[in-house]
Structures are given as C-alpha cells and as structure tokens.
Design a protein around this ligand. Structure first.
Ligand SMILES: C[S@@+](CC[C@H](N)C(=O)[O-])C[C@H]1O[C@@H](n2cnc3c(N)ncnc32)[C@H](O)[C@@H]1O
Length: 243
C-alpha cells in the first residue's frame, strides 16, 4: 500500500527544490505533449500538477478554453496560478475525489504511479472523458530507480505494466511505449540528494545510520559505477487512450 500521508509530506517539502532537480520529469512532460495527436481542446484536466512543469508545456503547446488542475498537495495551486489563470483547482487524492464533469483531455505527468489501484483510477478517468476525448499519462515501469530498489530491497511498482496494458486493451490505445534514461551522478550520496530534492523518496521512510550509509555507498559504487560516475535508471512509460 502507498503511504499517502508520506507522499503528501515529501512532495510538500520538495516543492521549492522540485523544478531545478526534476530533469527527467521535464523530458517526460515534453514527450507527453509531443505524442498528443490533437493540440486543441475545450477543457483540460491535469492530475498531480505540482509546480507546473507539465502545465507550462500545456500553455505553450495546446489551445484550450478551460483548465482544471489537481494535486494531493494543496499548495500546488499557488504555483499553477502563476502559469494559467483563471483555473479551477481540485485539491485532493485522485483516488478519492469525485469527478462529476467530463473533459476533452485528461493528462498527468509522472504522478499516477503513486496510486494504490492505478487500473481503477484509469477507468475512472476514462469514464470522465467526453466523447472522442483523450487520456494521456506518463508513469514509471519496473526498471525505474532499479539501483535504489535493489540496494534497499524495495518492492517494485504496485502495478504490473503487462496487466495494465491488458486491462486497457478494450479501449482505443494510441500510445503505449517505454524508454530507459540513465542519469549519471558523482557519487551515491548525490543520488540520494537528487531523490530527496524531487520528493521521489516518498516510496518508503528509510532511516540510514552512519554505518548503513557507508554500506549503501560501497554497494552502489561496486555495482553501478561506470567511468568514475554512478548510474541511476529512470524508466518512463507513456500511455495515450482515445475514448
Ligand atoms: C513527481 S511529481 C510530478 C509533478 C508534475 N506532474 C510534473 O510534471 O513535474 C508527482 C506529483 O503528484 C502528486 N500526487 C501524488 N499522488 C497523488 C494523488 N493520489 N492524487 C493527486 N496528486 C498526487 C504529488 O503531490 C506530486 O506533486
């Protein structure tokens, strides 16, 4: 089970540092927009908007009449107001909030992997699309942060991508593609800092003693060093569905 209180706490804390460190999420936001077949919409609903990395791409590349934003962290609204105003802000957990309107485009970048039941959420979102509407999301695959998962013995995603793809087969699946991006860091401590500054350490509360931290550094360097740098893998997955 995803600890939602922890997700909220970590992302609230990292709001100020998120944008400067979210290099991969920026690449993903651009690609998500590029993959969209349509660039014109009446209403756009963005989930997990945070500081507005995707929101800026939406403003730059799409035309729309109405923009609605959501995040479990209510403070996100302050960031979004500076990008698209007026807007409608629906604060809260997307798994819990009721959606009683229909939208042309429902879009989410690097956020829905924090859901306990992603299949159920996607079904709810597809049901909230207007006729011929589009759902476009990016999430992460099994190999995401594989080095961290390996060393800390963390569970993999709460969802299986294959199962997710099967459950989406009854819809008009326009895109289902994944990629691997390797990021280099000076040392394993910089990897941990990067994860903290982007809030991605919301997976689990891990307290490291001095000894454990040293063991982590040694194991990470031994297993994942390449040409004097250590590697961290990101595994974005892009899904686009038309109603
Ligand atoms: C990695 S950030 C991505 C932010 C943004 N979409 C971007 O492109 O940079 C994930 C965001 O999803 C939000 N989030 C996580 N779980 C959520 C949920 N269940 N409902 C709504 N927002 C959620 C977090 O608060 C955080 O702001």
């Amino acid at each position: 089970m995803i600890n939602k209180a922890l997700v909220k706490k970590r992302f609230s804390k990292s709001l100020k540092t998120y944008e400067d460190n979210a290099v991969i999420q920026k690449i993903m936001a651009k690609k998500l927009i590029e993959l969209l077949v349509l660039k014109e919409y009446n209403s756009i609903f963005e989930i997990g908007c945070a500081t507005g990395i995707l929101t800026k791409e939406i403003k730059k590349n799409l035309t729309f009449k109405e923009y609605i934003a959501n995040d479990i962290v209510e403070k996100s609204q302050e960031y979004i107001n500076k990008i698209i105003y007026p807007n409608i802000f629906l604060g809260g957990d997307i798994e819990e909030i009721e959606l009683n309107k229909k939208y042309n485009l429902i879009i989410s970048n690097a956020s829905l992997q924090w859901c306990n039941d992603i299949e159920k959420v996607l079904k709810k979102l597809i049901n909230s699309l207007e006729e011929k509407g589009t759902l476009a999301i990016s999430i992460f695959g099994d190999n995401n942060l594989k080095e961290i998962k390996d060393i800390f013995h963390l569970e993999n995603n709460t969802y299986s991508l294959n199962k997710l793809k099967e459950s989406l087969a009854k819809y008009k699946l326009i895109t289902f593609e994944e990629e691997e991006i390797k990021v280099e860091f000076e040392n394993p401590i910089m990897v941990l800092k990067h994860l903290k500054l982007t809030g991605v350490n919301a997976i689990k509360e891990v307290v490291l003693s001095k000894k454990k931290l040293q063991e982590f550094e040694e194991e990470y360097t031994k297993k994942y060093q390449n040409n004097g740098k250590v590697i961290l893998t990101y595994n974005p997955v892009y899904i686009q569905i038309a109603r």
